[in-house]
Design a protein around this ligand. Structure first.
Ligand code: KE4
Length: 426
């Protein structure tokens, strides 16, 4: 595969945009080399600026669950754009998408739209703090909830002390209110809760994690969090920016059978346009401005153009729930194919999968949290990533990401992917 034009475009972009990208993961820092510039995409395929066709396994990091340029979504956006894109005034379509999302996801009465998953998670934490009158939150190492200051925190010195910033620009004043625990470690959560009795507003978690690669919660872990939150008056926030409307109509709440107190959404709910959202029972959501005291706002929140994409997408999924099983079946097929080839190559590996989320880790230890995910051999991962890219397969350019399958992928595409792996040296 030739990537000359992408490299030239990257050099040009770096003159005007920090790192040449508008989101760091796109820059290939974790795998080396220059990022691929896309010209267009349709269905399961990306067409890059050098004329290469790539089978896509990121789907814009999740949103394009039915494939790129899905006709009903495109049609809706084009039609809506003709009557204006944003007014800064309420429009009917916001209520239509709100009603549909609420009908699909369990345990929510009201939803507020924002413009990204970051905004959704940031606002959900502020709402939890405002509702409980408490300041602290617990998050899990390796879980990503967007780039709001409260989330850019790494484990502090001691198990029960607060976190410390993991980015310049985040203050210790902010970090002191974020406590860190290891994913799948209920005992650490219990210790933090006991050491900060009555001070914790929320526990925020990716119910199936996707930002350490894919990590499946162990039995009773999420259930255990639910019990602790109910017992201690802590709000359980499910960050479903990845899992929402991807794992099932009702997302992780449905597939796990566990109710969160606040749920955040992004990606799929916007159908490829910028939409985030957070939702809960009315008793909690009514604390939000303008009716309640917790402030939150946004110029383009609920803009009709983005709403039209989200409404078209959720309507498709609501009318064709068989898509979720189709995606899961395809993911299982891919899993088995990759596992067989890596076993034949005698490559030590772990594959984690849940629904249409999957990740490959080059380690002999089960990957159950950030620490075990970080033990993966990144040199092998880099060979895997670039080997597959050179065969026309576009995988996430980081071992700490999940693949996001789209239902436009055919079994022939999956076979091409598995065959590509046969042909590379790891
Ligand atoms: P955004 O602000 O990027 O829309 O959403 C933040 C976010 C929140 N919660 C979860 C579980 C997420 O996965 C994300 C964003 N996901 C990354 C991919 N791991 C987006 C890709 C990027 O940062 O460019």
């Amino acid at each position: 595969m030739i990537y000359q034009r992408s490299s030239a475009l990257f050099a040009e972009a770096k003159k005007y945009i920090p790192g040449g990208v508008n989101s760091p993961v796109r820059a290939f820092k974790a795998v080396g080399g220059d990022p691929i510039f896309v010209k267009e995409a349709k269905g399961a395929y990306l067409y890059d600026e050098d004329g290469n066709r790539l089978i896509d396994y990121i789907a814009s990091w999740g949103p394009l669950i039915l494939g790129h340029a899905h006709e009903p979504v495109i049609k809706a956006v084009i039609e809506k754009a003709k009557s204006g894109t944003s007014f800064g005034m309420p429009t009917e379509i916001e209520t239509e998408l709100a009603k549909l999302a609420i009908s699909m996801a369990p345990n929510i009465d009201k939803i507020r739209f924002v413009n990204s998953g970051t905004e959704a998670c940031m606002s959900a934490v502020r709402l939890a703090r405002g509702y409980t009158g408490r300041d602290k939150i617990i998050k899990f190492a390796g879980c990503y909830h967007g780039h709001s200051d409260s989330f850019l925190i790494q484990a502090g010195s001691g198990a029960v002390t607060f976190g410390s910033p993991n980015s310049p620009g985040v203050t210790q004043g902010t970090a002191k209110d974020t406590l860190l625990a290891a994913y799948n470690n209920l005992e650490e959560v219990k210790t933090l809760v006991q050491a900060n009795k009555g001070e914790i507003a929320a526990i925020i978690i990716e119910p199936i994690a996707g930002n350490m690669g894919c990590i499946v919660p162990s039995d009773m872990f999420i259930q255990g969090l639910r019990g602790i939150c109910t017992e201690e008056g802590i709000l359980l926030i499910f960050d479903e920016v990845m899992t929402g409307f991807r794992l099932a109509r009702g997302g992780a709440q449905e597939v796990l059978g566990i109710q969160a107190d606040i749920v955040t959404y992004g990606k799929v709910i916007g159908g490829g346009l910028p939409v985030g959202a957070f939702a809960a029972k009315a008793e909690i959501m009514d604390h939000l401005a303008p009716d309640g005291p917790v402030y939150q706002a946004g110029t383009l929140s609920g803009n009709p153009l983005a709403m039209s994409a989200g409404l078209a997408m959720l309507t498709e999924l609501n009318n064709h729930p068989e898509v979720f099983q189709s995606l899961s079946d395809k993911c299982e097929y891919l899993h088995k194919g990759i596992a067989l080839v890596l076993a034949e190559k005698e490559i030590v590996h772990q594959i984690n999968r849940f629904g249409s989320m999957i990740s490959v880790h080059f380690t002999d230890e089960p990957v159950v949290d950030f620490a075990t995910s970080a033990k993966g051999n990144n040199e092998t991962f880099k060979k895997y990533f670039h080997g597959m890219l050179n065969k026309g397969i576009y995988l996430p350019p980081s071992a700490f990401e999940s693949y996001f399958l789209n239902d436009a992928l055919s079994y022939a595409d999956l076979d091409e992917t598995i065959d590509a792996l046969k042909g590379i040296d790891l």
